[in-house]
Design a protein around this ligand. Structure first.
Ligand SMILES: [Mg+2]
Length: 276
């Protein structure tokens, strides 16, 4: 019993037991140019593989992304049928990953955080693994939730019901449902919580998409909008860059200071879906 009491004293009660991170434009900046290349590839896929008229593609691509969180989910909602692996290898498999350089500063920050860290991305497993490898962050996360985790093969997923906004009538409209599960829809968050054993009110979520952040807030997560300096509705913290995490949220490191010299360890051994 003596040991138990000593141990309890050495583990301070942190507000958060998990940090949940998006990948693209969150762990590296939009200015890397990788996302712009990704958009080019998506547009090319729509023209070459789906036969959509070239002049209609840019607007359609942007609208579907806005309505469904990913263009892919929007294309499936419109009835386009295509192999998901083929789409991902065309869109992500040809990306110039050399745009991303190792980020030892972020690596050190993440390693120094005494809280469990999990990835939650709409992208496919191979893309997430390659991005983490290029950034040198492959050993920073204990679990990865990605496209394949949310959309397992040969399984009928519950559909994401989608409410859009008609710019002309200024009214909310019900859009066709997509068979793809992805952020910003609540079912994607609920599935991620279940898979990674996440307690939303003890978790801090980092993402560059305001729509993802707003759903996150509704599910009980605390939120950090990355890539913006201004807070908006549903945003608890706004960071211009993920590198500013320590200045904006020093309390995340509090438990390190308090436990210095103790036998404190919070490493959680759970299954990792991606071996980067
Ligand atoms: Mg993102």
């Amino acid at each position: 019993m003596e040991f138990k009491n000593e141990y309890q004293q050495q583990i301070p009660q942190s507000k958060y037991e998990c940090l949940l991170f998006d990948v693209d434009d969150t762990l590296y900046p939009l200015s890397s140019g990788l996302s712009a290349e990704c958009t080019k590839n998506i547009r090319e896929y729509m023209v070459k593989k789906l036969g959509i008229e070239k002049t209609k593609v840019p607007e359609m691509c942007a609208q579907l992304y806005k309505d469904y969180g990913t263009t892919m989910a929007g294309l499936r909602a419109l009835g386009y049928d295509f192999d998901h692996d083929d789409y991902h290898s065309f869109v992500h498999g040809r990306l110039p990953y050399e745009y991303l350089k190792p980020d030892p500063v972020l690596k050190a920050l993440l390693h120094s955080l005494p809280i469990r860290k999990v990835i939650f991305s709409n992208a496919n497993e191979a893309h997430v693994a390659e991005v983490l490898r290029r950034l040198g962050l492959e050993d920073c996360f204990e679990d990865v939730i990605c496209f394949e985790s949310l959309n397992p093969k040969n399984q009928d997923s519950p559909k994401s019901s989608v409410t859009g906004y008609d710019d002309v009538s200024k009214r909310a409209v019900v859009l066709p449902e997509s068979p793809i599960i992805c952020k910003p829809f609540e079912n994607a968050f609920q599935q991620a919580f279940k898979m990674a054993k996440i307690t939303p009110h003890k978790t801090l979520f980092f993402d560059d998409s305001i729509r993802n952040i707003q759903t996150a807030k509704l599910t009980g997560l605390d939120t950090v909008l990355v890539g913006f300096s201004q807070r908006k509705k549903g945003v608890d913290y706004a960071l211009e860059s993920i590198h500013n995490i320590k200045e904006a949220l020093p309390e995340l490191w509090e438990s390190v200071k308090k436990s210095k010299g103790g036998r404190y360890s919070r490493k959680v051994g759970i299954e990792t879906h991606v071996k980067a």
